[in-house]
Design a protein around this ligand. Sequence first.
Ligand code: NAI
Ligand code: MG
Length: 339
Amino acid sequence: MLQVCVIEADGIGHEVVPAAVRVLRVVAPDVEIQTAEAGWDTFKRLGTPLPDETLQMAKACGAVIFGAAASPSYPVDGYYVPIVRLRRELATYASLRPTRYLPVPTAREGVNLIVVRENTEDLYVQHEHTEDDGQTGISEKRITAVASERVARRAYELARRNGREKVTIVHKASVLVQSDGLFRRVALEIADHYPEIKTEEMLVDTAAYWLVKDPLRFDVILAPNMYGDILSDMAAAWGGGLGLAPSLNIGDGVAIAEPVHGCAPDIAGLGIANPTAMILSIAMLLRHHWLRPEVAFAIETAVRDVLYSGAYTRDIASVNAVSTEEFTNRVCDRVRELV
Ligand code: NAI
Ligand code: MG
């Protein structure tokens, strides 16, 4: 019996997650859905952003659908970013973040790239402290050979299986010789095992430049955690916007589907959020984790068809925009025709 732990968390998580779960129920009615909580509201109520029961349920299911959690940009005693902890606890060591052209006016035709982001370390270990009476803030950037190797292998395997031609290894080893330098060296060692795939390396600032100037030059982008986070938001702009950008955190036999975007407090509760990113993240869960590529394809086709018909949420078009619910109805209707 397949199980999935569904965590809406905060803000538009309460809107896009139920919408996407409706689509999941159409294509995979056999999947048993468990719900759990996490995030800022949970923290305010229970004093923890990721209760033990949530973590246990996520581990027991082995598959998670996560909306987005609100995190303050100042220190709060006892609070930590729940999704970062969840990725680490579940050892989902790679985040797959594809950007593929979708038929919306905000997207760039021809773009088809995937960011493979290391997901367990780098600055995201959140080892921080202050010195000097709070006048100096210190963050530990941690890169290990083990984590670099497994994410690099995942990127090259993905490239090989999907017939992709090139992997761009992104780093700043020119300055961070020990940390990024290690990531670079290990990634290049893995690259040697995949001679049919072209490998290039690029400093992260140059990668940002080229991602703005010519996104079509990229195929697979392999990056440490922090750079992967930033570059995947940049790439999302070419895909038509954050409302359309899916991701899958994946480990060995475990996966977390989550949109690239956050909890969008500016539009939360209005019923206008774009559920596409969350829906396509579930399609990734079906393809990569549950190994059901046909239904994943059906979802992707349905989303594409609905967008092609001109049904846009407000982030894509300000006139005649459809609501989250209406958009989801149309995707469900179309997907029913396809499966
Ligand atoms: P955001 O991604 O939530 O929003 C950025 C902009 O994109 C906003 O204007 C928002 O309305 C729009 N947007 C995002 N998703 C959309 C959707 N599905 N449909 C329509 N419009 C959408 O990023 P922001 O504003 O920087 O962060 C807000 C909160 O989210 C913060 O507390 C942050 O910590 C949190 N966050 C959580 C993440 C997670 O849990 N995985 C990831 C990123 C941010
Ligand atoms: Mg991000």
